[in-house]
Design a protein around this ligand. Structure first.
Ligand SMILES: Nc1ncnc2c1ncn2[C@@H]1O[C@H](COP(=O)(O)OS(=O)(=O)O)[C@@H](OP(=O)(O)O)[C@H]1O
Ligand SMILES: Nc1ncnc2c1ncn2[C@@H]1O[C@H](COP(=O)(O)OP(=O)(O)O)[C@@H](O)[C@H]1O
Length: 177
């Protein structure tokens, strides 16, 4: 009896980095390109998924761990259906991040820019609210961010434009498809 090889699972990219670094922008740009190529792709954005599915979770270390574990579980479900998944979530605690990334065998991408640049970008006005004390436990201001030590890709979005970052992400995906 001949046995066929098990089907290869599509990759999962985990985009981690501070608020405003560019996770959502780049994940959406990659999704657009993949869909234009006729490939299925889902973006799980921490911000959006939290609001839709578990708005009760806040930003304590424990709540962030729960959020990340659930995002990982959702990513695995999509991937099992042959969908390439991009998770865009801060996931600031290295241990919790490593755990979910290892479980998924995901590719870790550090979307990075210096804090002063992010505070100038402040697309949602969150840094200003965090500095005024209105938003507690804000990553980079009043809560820690533990950067990746060996990411599959490190994008410095203050030095590399959106198009170039998107192209680098697509190359990474293509190398793992
Ligand atoms: N205290 C605090 N710290 C960080 N971020 C905060 C906070 N409060 C609200 N927000 C908004 O929530 C988005 C981060 O959600 P994540 O699911 O990515 O966070 S985490 O992975 O659970 O740490 C984050 O979205 P992005 O700006 O897209 O990163 C913020 O818009
Ligand atoms: N190279 C880049 N990659 C991604 N975003 C960039 C880049 N350069 C500037 N930006 C801008 O930075 C902001 C990033 O916001 P967003 O994607 O919501 O970040 P995050 O999802 O990490 O919070 C956007 O306004 C985007 O246009």
């Amino acid at each position: 009896m001949t046995r066929s090889n098990p089907p290869t699972l599509p990759p999962v990219l985990w985009l981690t980095g501070l608020s405003g670094a560019g996770k959502t922008t780049l994940a959406r740009a990659v999704q657009q390109q993949l869909r234009a190529r006729g490939e299925a792709c889902e973006v799980l954005d921490g911000d959006e998924v939290r609001a839709e599915f578990w708005p009760e979770l806040g930003f304590s270390e424990g709540d962030r761990a729960a959020n990340i574990a659930r995002l990982g579980a959702l990513a695995a479900r999509f991937r099992a259906q042959g969908v390439t998944v991009l998770v865009a979530a801060i996931a600031p605690y290295r241990h919790a991040r490593q755990e979910v990334i290892a479980r998924l065998d995901a590719l870790e991408v550090w979307v990075d820019a210096p804090l002063d640049v992010l505070e100038r970008r402040d697309p949602k006005g969150l840094y200003a609210r965090a500095r005024s004390g209105e938003l507690p436990n804000f990553t980079g201001v009043s809560a820690p961010y533990e950067p990746p030590t060996a990411p599959a890709l490190h994008l410095q979005t203050d030095q590399t434009g959106i198009e170039d970052c998107t192209a680098q992400l697509l190359r990474l995906l293509d190398a793992h498809t």
